[in-house]
Design a protein around this ligand. Structure first.
Ligand SMILES: Nc1nc2c(ncn2[C@@H]2O[C@H](COP(=O)(O)OP(=O)(O)OP(=O)(O)O)[C@@H](O)[C@H]2O)c(=O)[nH]1
Ligand SMILES: [Mg+2]
Length: 286
């Protein structure tokens, strides 16, 4: 008997902000390709992660969460990115959060998802935190090719999810070479890691006033990796808060980022991190 033909396809992860799309991507791929925080609007770029499976290859595209509560320039750009990501995919994973009510925002996202003619799987996430609102989501069950309850954080039901995805994917050639698991390059990954530490270390509107720019990544003769980066923020008062008393804030952010880069790469890292005012970074963001 001949072997079954292999499946291949691009699967987009869509949903509201903070439902756990990036956490799910990382757990599926088995490594941290996307940053995750407890704050909404963490993801700003489409990040791909790949599963190489004997049955085929799945390329996941993580998207910025759809977020309707702050009508600023960055939010509208992020929502547009998320909407554009619906195009040209082979299947759609609609990620919802079992710990939150379906509200206006979810209803709007659901409407978008419903319009897609692609195979669709509803992923009800965070079931480790209880299943309070699961029934609200299950009322949409009939619109989906499959519905599955998972915990991205605790790797629960993810094997079953992968099987359901493979079922709906077309037969095809792999999109990525066998040794590659992401489209994220080194510089972007460092930028994102620093941004994660800003999101974790700062509160209220400050994370949303910031972006991170990596200017230099250079391996020195002694093997040390020298990184020069800046946190950009839109106002002098935010800059002051990001620097903190005796520069303790920016130092803490830099230290946390450096430690993680060192842990992941095994390199000794010197991270030269400063804070700069740049009122217009969101205008340039694309
Ligand atoms: N209890 C629990 N928490 C989870 C789970 N998955 C994600 N989270 C938490 O939910 C929060 C948001 O996770 P993210 O993965 O950043 O969410 P996201 O959907 O990518 O958010 P945006 O990028 O802002 O759209 C983080 O604090 C995660 O730790 C889960 O399965 N269980
Ligand atoms: Mg995310």
């Amino acid at each position: 008997m001949s072997e079954p033909l292999k499946k291949s396809g691009l699967v987009v992860l869509v949903g509201r902000s903070n439902v756990g799309k990036s956490t799910l991507l990382n757990s599926l791929v088995g490594t941290k390709v996307a940053i995750t925080t407890s704050k909404p609007q963490t993801t700003r770029n489409i990040i791909q992660g790949v599963i190489h499976d004997p049955r085929g290859q799945i390329v996941f595209a993580d998207t910025p969460g759809i977020f309707t509560q702050v009508p600023d320039l960055l939010t509208s750009k992020l929502n547009e990115k998320a909407r554009d990501a619906f195009e040209g995919v082979d299947a759609l994973l609609y990620v919802v959060d079992s710990t939150r009510h379906v509200g206006d925002e979810e209803t709007a996202v659901h409407r978008m998802v419903k319009q897609s003619t692609k195979p669709k799987i509803m992923v009800i996430n965070k079931i480790d935190s209880g299943r309070q609102y699961v029934d609200e989501y299950l009322s949409w069950r009939d619109e989906f090719d499959a519905v599955i309850e998972v915990s991205a954080l605790q790797n629960k039901n993810l094997k079953e999810l992968v099987s359901k995805i493979i079922d709906v994917l077309p037969v095809g050639e792999p999109l990525y070479p066998p040794d590659q698991i992401t489209n994220v390059d080194n510089k972007f990954w460092i930028q994102e890691l620093i941004r994660e530490k800003v999101f974790i270390g700062m509160h209220d509107e400050i994370p949303y006033s910031t972006s991170v720019q990596v200017d230099e990544v250079d391996r020195r003769k002694d093997g040390t990796v020298y990184i020069k980066a800046s946190v950009l923020t839109t106002a002098p008062r935010y800059k002051k808060m990001l620097i903190g008393h005796n520069a303790d804030k920016v130092r803490g952010i830099g230290r946390a980022a450096r430690k993680e880069i060192e842990m992941v790469t095994g390199d000794k890292v010197f991270l030269d991190l400063d804070v700069q005012v740049d009122e217009r970074w969101a205008e340039r963001f694309d």
